[in-house]
Design a protein around this ligand. Structure first.
Ligand code: AMP
Ligand code: MG
Length: 595
């Protein structure tokens, strides 16, 4: 058994950076620049206005203010795209739009807002003069020729990966094409007698070929061009024919047929036509992998094509693709950073590792309280592609480690950095409602303690019907408020209190910005009229009815069975009074994570 690193080294030693090609810039996104790009022009090509306003000489504004404007004669107007016809002589100004070239004589642009133009227009005054209301510094609102890129400057170095901004920068120089490292063509072949194509009805005993699609999509995602070879059957002849069609590609990826089964023929084909490495890699999923270089296939001229034979199980083939095919594609594209981006996260579940292999567990990573947390995406069978569908990362549990315990810090290879998987931006709010004396505050206390135990950053908001218990008559805060202060804030070494006089009651969404962002959970007590997720606390002794309608409630917590209340079939779940752990589990799953 070889390590993941050894296997990767061997794969990378068999692939080379491809030749460059000249292409339209818009087709180069994600490709690596194969030339140094020098600017042949100044950007911007001329001094120009950074604001709409008046081009003038700064010295003509000396001493100007709103109460004593400096009046200048307006001698012309220039729009972006045209060249100035007039010059600015002392005592004159030219009306100018953003991006228009600065006329000769002018050194400064004063924006409309700092002139009396609006007042003149509304009072019907003539516009042959303009009042400047502000003493401008020389050079204000002027973009200098070549300030972005000077002629002859090295703008982009060879090796740079082209993103939208680099493509735009090339366009700004007037370049319509660029020299970039070619994208690799990757032939993709599925193998297996049981496979059937997605455009066919499904006969008994067969399954749809999904690997071709995951692999081809991953090839495209990382910048390669997939060439689909269809499905090879489990015979040396069928596989040889199919592989033959892929030999003008830069790389061949097959899936399936590499284990020890009777029909696992990929290795036989490779043994016949190439230099084959057939490995057991110290990883799970994905132990059996074939890798080699195909030298010849019957009837074709010799060509060396690296061949990665991935396992057939959908998860195994994807995980091994990420570890071996992705870096190979990136290397061929001329990229320097081949490793998957990784983060360190607290694992929220125990992960058992029964053998000595490196385990890649499918996890979903979210940020809570400034810290990444990773939780396992349910059943982890290597045939269950849904474990990947739910995941945005692969937690790497080292070989010989006996797994990980909840709370351990583990390394996670990120599969995606989608916005929705990143930092949770708005704090989820859940309110606890109920009749008075139903026990809302007790449940609040229990839930706060439970969520703190789970590592949450919690905010609690209390709705008060009447007098606020914190604002006691006679206290300094009360005195300040009585004297008329709109806000009274009390700061002490360990607490901050904030009392604001209002002319109407705020709803919870208006309160949130005052509390501030970054909470993993906001628990509100009350607020039964706000449109937020609600859990109602119910006490049998206060009657059988509820305060809110069933449609409004996410859950009910009660000391009664409530069958009569929720008998209409669409009931929210009912939790036993005092079972804070179960309530928190439900909230975590349905109201916090799956918002
Ligand atoms: P193999 O490595 O060929 O023994 O395949 C292992 C498992 O993966 C078997 O259950 C196959 O049916 C399944 N499998 C192989 N290739 C594919 C594919 N292209 N799409 C979906 N499942 C596959
Ligand atoms: Mg098979």
């Amino acid at each position: 058994m070889i390590s993941v690193e050894e296997a990767l080294d061997k794969v990378l030693s068999c692939v080379e950076v491809l030749k460059p090609e000249q292409k339209p810039i818009l087709d180069c996104l994600g490709q690596v620049l194969a030339e140094d790009v020098y600017s042949t022009i100044d950007v911007p090509p001329l001094d120009n206005a950074a604001m709409d306003g008046f081009a003038l000489r700064a010295e003509d504004t000396r001493g100007a203010s709103e109460s004593s404007p400096r009046y200048l004669v307006v001698v012309g107007e220039i729009a972006a795209g045209s060249m100035p016809l007039e010059e600015v002589a002392p005592g004159t100004a030219i009306r100018i739009m953003t991006g228009a070239p600065l006329p000769g004589g002018a050194d400064t642009v004063v924006q409309f807002e700092n002139t009396d133009e609006v007042g003149r227009k509304s009072s019907g005054k003539d516009l042959s003069h303009i009042g400047i209301l502000y003493q401008a510094k020389k050079g204000l609102n002027v973009r200098r020729r070549g300030e972005d890129v000077a002629k002859g400057e090295l703008l982009l170095r060879k090796g740079r990966v082209l993103r939208p901004q680099e493509i735009g920068a090339l366009a700004a120089l007037g370049r319509s094409t660029a020299l970039v490292v070619r994208r690799p063509i990757v032939a993709v072949l599925a193998t297996g007698d049981e496979l059937i194509s997605v455009d066919q009805p499904l006969p008994p005993g067969r399954i749809y070929n999904s690997n071709t699609y995951t692999i081809a999509a991953a090839v495209s995602r990382y910048g390669g061009i997939p060439k689909i070879l269809g499905i090879g059957r489990d015979s040396v002849q069928s596989l040889t024919e199919r592989i033959d069609e892929g030999l003008d590609a830069d790389m061949l990826i097959t899936s399936g047929g590499v284990s020890k089964g009777d029909y696992d023929m990929v290795k036989d084909v490779l043994a016949e036509h190439g230099e084959i490495g057939f490995w057991t890699v110290c990883m799970k999923p994905g132990k059996p992998i074939a890798f080699g270089v195909i030298n010849k296939v019957k009837g074709r001229k010799k060509r060396k094509v690296p061949h990665l034979g991935l396992p057939g199980n959908p998860v195994s083939s994807m995980v091994t693709f990420e570890q071996f095919a992705r870096p190979a594609i990136l290397k061929m594209m001329g990229k320097k950073i081949l490793a998957k981006p990784t983060i360190r996260a607290i694992i929220d579940d125990d992960i058992a590792s029964t053998d000595a292999r490196r385990l890649f567990a499918r996890v979903v990573v979210i940020k809570r309280g400034g810290q990444y947390h990773a939780s396992v995406t349910g059943p982890q069978g290597s045939g269950m592609l849904t474990s990947m569908v739910k995941a945005n990362g692969l937690a790497v549990i080292p070989e010989n480690s006996n797994g990980a315990k909840a709370g351990d810090v583990v390394e996670v290879q990120m599969l995606d950095w989608g916005e929705e998987q990143g930092e949770v931006k708005t704090s989820p709010i859940v309110s606890i409602v109920g009749k008075s004396e139903s026990g809302k505050t007790v449940l609040m206390e229990q839930l706060i303690a439970e969520f703190k135990k789970r590592g949450y950053k919690v905010a609690a908001v209390k709705h008060s019907h009447g007098v606020m218990d914190i604002d006691h008559p006679g206290k300094d805060s009360w005195k300040f408020s009585q004297a008329g202060s709109d806000v009274v804030c009390i700061s002490s070494p360990d607490k901050l209190a904030f009392i604001k006089n209002l002319d109407r009651e705020l709803n919870i969404n208006e309160i949130m910005p005052i509390i501030g962002p970054g909470f993993d959970l906001v628990l509100a007590e009350g607020f039964k009229r706000s449109k937020i997720r609600k859990i109602e606390v119910h006490r049998k002794e206060l009657g059988d009815d509820l305060l809110c309608s069933l449609e409004e409630l996410s859950a009910i917590v009660s000391d009664a069975s409530l069958e009569t209340l929720t008998g209409d079939g669409r009931k929210p779940p009912v939790f036993r009074w005092g079972d804070a752990v179960a309530i928190a589990d439900f909230m975590e799953k349905n109201l916090v994570l799956n918002r």
